[in-house]
Design a protein around this ligand. Structure first.
Ligand code: NZQ
Ligand code: ZN
Length: 387
């Protein structure tokens, strides 16, 4: 097992009705900016619950953060924060709203052009960001219990990430009841995103970190079990709760400790969102199978372990099990009505692989993946395989 440090300071408030408790988690004299997305929280009662919980606080609001949070919109929010002397942020939404709030937390105290934070990127250390909490309305990204974020800039077709230990939420409310109002395709996105988060930290090479490997496999199995229940029309509170907690556990830092991690699927997927606006999770479903086929020799030991322990495939050689693993992964995405080829999303894909290769080269991303040896030319081939 590799050496590691682990600290995750986010307090989780899990369960029905927990939103009411946030008034005790935010200082009484705070000047709060509640930040939300396109309005789903006004239709499902979450907005009213937050207003009610914070009726004794000085509460301001800023709505309209779009999916794949847009830099220009966030800059407007930053002006609001500065003009109104806001000193506490509250994200109420999915990964996009939470990521937007993390960027604002970093930018609020940053002296310089805010875009530098993403372009360089600039990390935010403990005590540097503006304090914030979150109320999660869409299980998927794990942003509610980690310190990373991803921001898009449509003007330049860029989607860039940053983070740092100063950007953990102080608290996050996980009330499975919020899942009632999520459209099915977004639930599918959430399952696929969390599932791929586990794979990015797991589908490398077999390791000696038994606990991390078994936790990763448990999250994958639990997501597989929860998937048909949360995708069905009947609301199942326990299935919703399992799904929600799996998403958080998939990317709160725990399973990546002591092991090597990949993240090349996300790097390539983010480009597809930046070029075509394809939902984040769907870009991962497009890239992952090709990535695993292209890197088959390096990953086949772990692919076979996944086939055995997660899908119960015990027959065949390592190569055969590993091949079956990729087929099982594709079938799982398809069971969520998520397609796994770029041509399923756009007919305008000619030149995409060249564009990814060029973008990675320009950013000096010359060695991605767990062995830091996946070149922009490899990314070209993987993206081309996913057409
Ligand atoms: O904007 P509103 O009206 O709230 O609607 C949202 C949005 O349209 C809707 N929604 C959210 N909760 C709902 C709901 N609709 C009905 N009922 C509810 N309870 O869902 C839509 C999508 O929301 P969004 O926040 O964009 O989705 P998600 O949570 O999947 O976040 C995606 C973003 O997170 C980034 C992605 O790149 C993408 O920008 N990621 C962040 C990560 C992190 N910080 O660790 C890691 C991930 O890999 C990912 O890259
Ligand atoms: Zn993701």
């Amino acid at each position: 097992m590799l050496n590691f440090e682990f600290k995750n300071p986010t307090k989780i408030l899990f369960g029905k009705g927990e939103i009411a408790k946030i008034s005790n988690k935010i200082p009484k004299d705070a000047k709060i900016l509640m930040i939300y997305g396109g309005g789903s929280i006004k239709n499902n009662g979450v907005y009213d619950q937050v207003k009610d919980a914070l009726k004794e606080h000085d509460l301001h609001e800023f709505g309209g953060i779009p999916a794949n949070p847009e830099y220009e919109v966030l800059v407007s929010a930053l002006h609001f924060i500065k003009e109104n002397n806001i000193n506490y942020l509250l994200a109420v939404g999915g990964g996009s709203v939470i990521d937007g709030v993390k960027f604002l937390s970093a930018a609020a105290n940053y002296n310089g052009e805010p875009w530098e934070i993403l372009k360089k990127p600039v990390r935010t250390f403990e005590g540097e960001g503006m304090p914030f909490g979150t109320i999660l309305t869409l299980p998927a990204t794990g942003s509610e219990m980690n310190s990373g974020y991803v921001i898009s800039r449509r003007e330049t077709n860029e989607k860039l990430s940053s983070g740092g230990p100063g950007l953990f939420p102080q608290f996050s409310v996980l009330d499975p009841e919020v899942i009632r109002s999520i459209p099915k395709h977004q639930i599918a996105n959430g399952i696929a995103d969390a599932y791929t988060h586990v794979l990015e930290q797991y589908m490398t090479a077999p390791s000696s970190a038994d606990l991390q490997e078994r936790i990763a496999e448990s999250i994958l199995i639990s997501l597989q079990n929860a998937a048909p229940k949360v995708m069905s029309d009947e609301f199942d509170y326990d299935a919703a709760g399992n799904f929600m907690w799996c998403c958080t556990m998939a990317l709160n830092g725990l399973i990546q400790k002591g092991v090597i991690t990949d993240w090349a699927v996300h790097a390539m997927g983010h480009e597809l969102t930046a070029y075509y606006g394809i939902d984040h999770a769907r870009t991962l479903a497009v890239v992952a199978p090709s990535h695993y086929r292209y890197n088959f020799d390096a990953k086949k030991g772990k692919l076979a372990q996944y086939a055995e322990r997660v899908w119960g495939i015990t027959e065949g050689s390592i190569d055969e099990k590993a091949e079956q693993a990729i087929v099982k992964l594709e079938e799982f995405f398809h069971s969520l009505q998520i397609q796994t080829k770029l041509s399923d999303y756009t007919q305008d894909f000619a030149g995409t692989a060249e564009r990814v290769e060029k973008a990675f080269t320009e950013r000096n991303w010359l060695g991605l993946g767990e062995n830091k040896n996946l070149t922009p030319q490899d990314a070209f081939k993987i993206v081309e395989m996913s057409y």
